[in-house]
Design a protein around this ligand. Structure first.
Ligand code: AHR
Length: 553
């Protein structure tokens, strides 16, 4: 997408609709006004929902690492070995599974060797994002002190019980450095000079890093390659990499949103050296940001963006429309991948997703890309997680961009101030799906109609996902209607429920957000539900995220 490339160029220089497949006869026609149904087909499993699709992304960008995660051992802010304690405590509640680091665009400028060894000997480097820093930003946002490197990241992952996912520099380091980073992380204690270096820093045992991104956005900030050129580099970087007994899952730099040509081009070049090369790839990354709220008026990266907190009803739906493209992106790239990867060995890794608004709403105004998440972003995030849940065989990993002090953040923090955003609460609600068996669920409800630039526009009213683990069924859904609740009957096919409860995230104002002063303006509530004949009815409030948990008989 040229506009995002422009953004990245400017920053570095100056600084399906595939609407839910309806092949199901029980809900043949959409109900009329006021009625809605969720039919859960317990005997139609779709696949296991990987906990890794509830993953996160932390880039060395502005306040994400320095201030957000890393406060330092000597800080007055409560910390564990320099890592913000409140963040650790909150993340443990959401079972984070996987975290990607150090970028993003930053990754292709990063030398991992700068971030190991004695802290006082580590070099200071100009951060990739330095030119975009605001005048009042702390100096460590512009000049990277390398205080938070591989060891600290691995420690962070251990503390929150998540898998590390490292993104390697393909643009500006040789392949040798990729191998040696793997050696540093994974070679057994006492076996190599690099494992001795690791032990010297207090980490005798290997980090056993399994997931390795091979470059980032290689069509843009990661080297401006064509898909074919990148595939050649990818092959070179990943051929004969020592494993040190650890399974390595390589993730290729994939397309920007709908760029299916990139996906095709990458596979075309990969198989030129034999179809079996495909079997060496774990995943293809996909990035999709919902940024253009101009309703078709412009493709300009700056002009097209909307405001994070000042928006009208049409803007609310516009962000959801842009985010809802995720379903068609997954299916269209999956189809393109299947043209050469006929057994679908390679998974989609959606390692950057979320809304991206114009600057200015962040709680720490000097943080470069920080925006204040509202209820709209919680609904957006829940919608996206439901989409991933519906495609468990396709999406292997997904990482929300980004964890803290950035775009679609779960947490905002500055010095000793901290809050969980509505997005953070949505993730906590959805954690119940992790590792469950996704089952087919049909949502039927009358469409929402609203006026968009003088014309009637529609958006679906109720959609979500369902998963089951042992006797526990989890149904999540969003009601995107800004003003109207919708009552739905939840019908179970293949089981009866003994008990049911709901967790709801909503607010009287669609703009509601949590701040340092009012950290609990938006928090989930719980209620027990009454059953009738083993089924349940639930009134989904306007503009809400909801989870219904049913214990089956
Ligand atoms: O998340 C911010 C940036 O967006 C990432 O560094 C880059 O990969 C993407 O363009």
């Amino acid at each position: 997408m040229p506009n995002r490339r422009d953004f990245l160029r400017a920053t570095t220089a100056s600084a399906a609709g595939l609407a839910f497949v309806r092949n199901f006869s029980l809900a043949a026609s959409s109900p009329t006004t006021g009625e809605a149904r969720i039919e859960v087909l317990l005997n139609e499993p779709l696949g296991t929902i990987s906990p890794d699709i509830f993953g996160h992304f932390v880039e060395n960008l502005s306040g994400v690492i320095y201030d957000g995660i890393w406060v330092g051992q000597d800080s007055k802010v409560a910390n564990v070995s320099g890592i913000r304690k409140r963040l650790i405590d909150e993340m443990r509640k959401i079972r984070p599974a996987i975290v990607r680091f150090p970028g993003g665009c930053f990754a292709d400028s990063y030398d991992w060797r700068d971030g190991i060894g004695p802290a006082d000997k580590r070099p200071r480097r100009t951060n990739f994002w330095a030119a975009g820093e605001n005048a009042g930003a702390p100096v460590n946002h512009r000049y990277d002190p390398n205080r938070f490197g591989t060891n600290e990241f691995a420690q962070f992952c251990r503390l929150i019980n998540a898998e590390p996912y490292l993104a390697a520099n393909l643009r500006s380091l040789p392949a040798e450095q990729f191998y040696q980073w793997i050696e540093y992380c994974n070679s057994p204690a006492g076996s190599t000079t690099l494992s001795d270096l690791r032990a010297g820093a207090g980490f005798r045992d290997p980090f056993n890093v399994r997931y390795w991104g091979v470059g980032n956005e290689s069509w843009g900030c990661g080297g401006n390659f064509t898909a074919h050129e990148y595939a050649v580099e990818y092959r070179r970087f990943t051929t004969w990499v020592p494993t040190f007994g650890q399974e390595l899952s390589f993730i290729a730099s994939g397309p920007n949103s709908g760029d299916v040509d990139w996906t095709r081009g990458f596979f075309e070049e990969i198989v030129r050296k034999g179809k079996e090369r495909i079997l060496e790839i774990y995943g293809l990354s996909l990035h999709h940001y919902a940024w253009n709220l101009s309703r078709g008026k412009t493709q300009d990266w700056n002009q097209g963006k909307g405001d994070a907190v000042k928006f009208d009803d049409v803007d609310w739906y516009e962000v959801l429309r842009e985010g809802d493209r995720m379903e068609s992106l997954i299916t269209s790239h999956w189809q393109a991948m299947g043209e050469l990867d006929t057994t679908h060995h390679v998974k989609l890794v959606v390692d950057e997703w979320g809304p991206w608004y114009r600057p200015g709403s962040g709680l720490t105004p000097d943080d470069q890309l920080e925006q204040l998440p509202t209820m709209r972003d919680a609904v957006f995030s829940a919608m996206t997680l439901d989409t991933f849940n519906r495609h468990p065989e396709k999406v292997g990993v997904a990482c929300c961009a980004q964890l803290i002090n950035c775009l679609n953040s779960l947490y905002l923090a500055h010095e000793d101030k901290f809050c969980v955003t509505p997005v953070g609460h949505a993730f906590a609600i959805y954690a119940a799906h992790q590792g469950g068996q996704s089952v087919r669920a049909e949502f039927s409800a009358p469409q929402i109609s609203y006026e968009r630039d003088g014309k009637t526009a529609n958006f679906w009213r109720l959609r979500g996902s369902a998963s089951i683990r042992e006797k526990n069924l989890v149904v999540t859904a969003i009601n995107p209607d800004v003003g109207q609740p919708i009552e739905a009957q939840i019908l179970l096919h293949g089981a009866r429920a003994n008990s049911a409860s709901a967790t709801i995230l909503n607010a009287s104002d669609i703009h509601a957000a949590n701040t340092f002063e009012q950290p609990d303006a938006v928090v989930p509530t719980k209620e027990n539900l009454h059953l009738r004949d083993g089924n349940v009815r639930f009134r989904f409030p306007a503009a809400s995220v909801a989870k219904i948990e049913l214990e089956l008989g």
